[in-house]
Design a protein around this ligand. Sequence first.
Ligand SMILES: Cc1cc2nc3c(=O)[nH]c(=O)nc-3n(C[C@H](O)[C@H](O)[C@H](O)COP(=O)(O)OP(=O)(O)OC[C@H]3O[C@@H](n4cnc5c(N)ncnc54)[C@H](O)[C@@H]3O)c2cc1C
Length: 343
Amino acid sequence: MTDTELEALGVVRDAELAPLTTFAVPARAAYLARVESVEALRRVLSSPLAQLPRLVLGGGSNLLLTCDFDGLVIRMEIKGIELAADDEQGRTLVIGAGCGWSETVDELLSRGWGGLENLALVPGTVGGAAVQNIGAYGLEAAERIVSVDCINARTLEERTFDVSECDYGYRTSIFKNPEYADWIVTRVALRLPRAFEPRTGYKELAALFAGAAPESPLQVAEAVKALRRRKLPDPKVLPNAGSFFKNPVVSRVKQRHLLEDMPQLVSYPLAGGRAKLAAGWLIEAVGMKGARMGRAGVYERQALVLVNLGGATGAEIKALADEVARKVWLRFGVKLEPEPVIV
Ligand SMILES: Cc1cc2nc3c(=O)[nH]c(=O)nc-3n(C[C@H](O)[C@H](O)[C@H](O)COP(=O)(O)OP(=O)(O)OC[C@H]3O[C@@H](n4cnc5c(N)ncnc54)[C@H](O)[C@@H]3O)c2cc1C
């Protein structure tokens, strides 16, 4: 395609992606399209660029790029918050997939609309949150999602997935299934309850409120933000992608064996004879908290977070992640899986 044709589509050639991801590792895209509307997205997907390998980018906060991307990167920038229904029980909002999640939570709170306060300050976009089913402090995005609007990158079909079709689970959805990789999220409908239903059962939140009921969603959001700021490094200061590993789920039998060995192990029973182990605890137990390999490190205040100490490549961060997982496997026989998408 000629430069003029690319310009008309809002596409740039040979674009640096580091500023578009929170790990800030160097990586270039052969083509970068920033799309602000479904129409603009359709135009890009109808062009010859659609034949190339494709990567959709939201806020780049759950992504580790380990090399250049020889294809088309689509940066989702569709914005807008629309009030679709307002009744006695609650409000339904249809939000552009390119809206910042944290900014959206703040905007809704400033209108006095609660329901997402436990997910305050989670980075990334609304689209990314619907793909990943973000969760924090006792709430998952799937509990508020009503439906997800998508466009199929190959056929250009537009489809609304009802929440029941999204196959939501712990940090996962149907959109992470390779068979659904062609579906790009363009808008997400969320339902917020009108009544304030504070959720402060999560251990650290409960301790903060110490039995006193919070007065407003804003108060819960402020508490969540304070806790997050204390625990997690700000990617602008110390680039990272939040928790790098999922908390592993094992059988109760395996949990029992581990507990016999190490009664201090942090774990939670789950339904169906399973149990969740605290990945951070396992990493700390193998002595990797604060460890460094080259310019990549395990955050010294939270072992679940890997950080770019300055100038790290994606490959260096991946090598450190592999080493952490190897040590945990050798010591406990537990497999750690990365939470971010590794490209
Ligand atoms: C400091 C920090 C703290 C964090 N805390 C939490 C937390 O508490 N809880 C939690 O769950 N997560 C947390 N995360 C992870 C991250 O914020 C979420 O996973 C977020 O939802 C990712 O959204 P994104 O827009 O940045 O996605 P990206 O990183 O851009 O993309 C992630 C994946 O989703 C796909 N994708 C993104 N947008 C679309 C779209 N519109 N259509 C189709 N596919 C798409 C991408 O192709 C990629 O595969 C944290 C991250 C950081 C840096």
